[in-house]
Design a protein around this ligand. Structure first.
Ligand SMILES: *Cc1c(COP(=O)(O)O)cnc(C)c1O
Length: 418
């Protein structure tokens, strides 16, 4: 790697300097965006490898180009490991990222105009779950269910009524900003009653399913589970579609040639490496620590008087209502924390009265901090910093001293791969 770096430095200093800057930024601060993580050095190695040179349209054993002996090997290994990690019958590891992954499922299993019952966006659903600005929202008819913002529960009697009324072809659960686990058995029961396909978008928590620290939808008979590979799973950017065998031909055809061209084989090599790690006992420990850290951080924030959507967390993330807690919106809170090298993201809360660019809260998650080795005592410190900064938005001196405290704290935790 060093050799490549020297070349880059000599031949394209602008890009090299930006890379060094990003490395320093990732090292200096605490990364709390719940969808981000630090991948393994081995994965960085595969991403920067000659697998990026190769076209491999098709699937192992039936490609449209020659020279596939090694690409077939890595994709076969990645698919087998994915099936083992997620306990499922079929895996497609070619989606270029989370969004095309979900698109491929809809396009493969549904017809344009079909109805999908999915979680309301402000309650935790994702853009690809039919936001009006997404093409999926234009192609399919999305109907919404909501959650109870006080305790996070889903009213399944209401959901059943909606399902009976609208007869969805698919019931979709999974989230991007919901701090609780899901009752897959309840979703499945309703889906069976109306003859709907069951799908979970586990993009955020694929790693937690892999570590077996939250429920696995396949244990409840779900048909399809999608997950990104770069969030809690700690892999390269990419997506995976996991499903029952009966859906495999339609899913594979939808990914290629339906939606995509050549897969990114350097990412697929990285996904294979990531899934081997996910099968090791250390990964289970990692998953447990992600949850313990989130719970500790949430408890400390609650003790300080802060308000969390649904009152806490059962997974790797929480949504802090900054309007209610400190009288500031999520954009201001995100910027205040940025100034002290704590990275979060502004977040709409259920039925948010504020606009999306100035929403009422921020989203905080522990996967990246846990990858650096942070534990409970560190979460207590972190909660203290977040609280003092957000309680004293005008205090510039406090921001300066806190930033240097945080930077020296962070120097104790090496960043994997840097
Ligand atoms: C992150 C995410 C996606 C999209 O992933 P990209 O890789 O950003 O395209 C899809 N669904 C959910 C629930 C997500 O959290």
């Amino acid at each position: 790697m060093q050799q490549y770096r020297n070349l880059l430095q000599a031949n394209d200093p602008d890009i090299f300097n930006a890379l060094s800057g990003e490395e320093s930024r990732q090292r200096a601060g605490i990364e709390l965006i719940p969808s981000e993580n630090y991948t393994y050095p081995e994965v960085l190695c595969t991403l920067g490898s000659v697998f990026t040179n190769k076209y491999s349209e098709g699937y192992p054993g039936r490609r449209y180009y020659g020279g596939q002996e090694f690409t077939d090997t890595i994709e076969d290994i990645a698919r087998e490991r994915a099936k083992q990690v997620f306990r499922c019958e079929h895996a497609n590891v070619q989606p270029l990222s989370g969004s095309p992954m979900n698109q491929a499922v809809y396009l493969g299993l549904l017809e344009p105009g079909d109805t999908i019952l999915a979680m309301d966006l402000s309650h935790g659903g994702h853009l690809t779950h039919g936001a009006p600005v997404s093409f999926m929202g234009k192609l399919f008819n999305f109907i919404r269910y909501k959650t109870d913002p006080v305790d996070g529960s889903i009213d399944f009697d209401e959901l059943r009524k909606t399902a009976l009324e609208h007869k969805p072809k698919m019931i979709l659960c999974g989230y991007t900003s919901y701090p609780r686990d899901l009752d897959y058995a309840a979703f499945k029961k309703i889906a069976d009653e109306v003859g709907a396909i069951t799908m979970t978008d586990a993009s955020h928590y694929g790693g937690l399913i892999a570590a077996d620290v939250i429920r696995n939808p396949f244990d409840f008979g779900f048909d399809v589970v999608t997950s990104t590979s770069h969030k809690s799973l700690r892999g390269p950017r990419g997506g995976m579609i996991l499903c029952k065998k009966e859906f495999a031909p339609r899913i594979d055809k939808a990914v290629f040639p339906g939606l995509q061209g050549g897969p990114h084989m350097n990412s697929i090599a990285g996904i294979a490496v990531t899934l081997k790690k996910a099968l090791e006992p250390e990964f289970k420990e990692y998953g447990k620590q992600v949850l313990v850290n989130a719970k500790t951080l949430a408890d400390e924030l609650l003790k300080s008087g802060a308000s969390l959507v649904t009152g806490g967390t059962d997974n790797h993330m929480m949504v802090l209502d900054t309007e209610k807690s400190y009288g500031i919106n999520g954009k201001v809170a995100e910027e205040l924390l940025d100034e002290v090298a704590i990275t979060t993201n502004k977040q709409i809360i259920p039925d948010d009265p504020n606009p999306p660019l100035k929403p009422s809260g921020i989203r905080i998650g522990t996967p990246a901090a846990t990858s650096r080795g942070m534990k409970e005592a560190d979460m207590v410190k972190l909660a203290g910093w977040i609280t003092t900064i957000l309680q004293n938005p005008e205090d510039k001196n406090l921001a300066v001293t806190t930033r240097s405290e945080i930077e020296s704290f962070c120097s104790r935790f090496p960043v994997p791969g840097i």
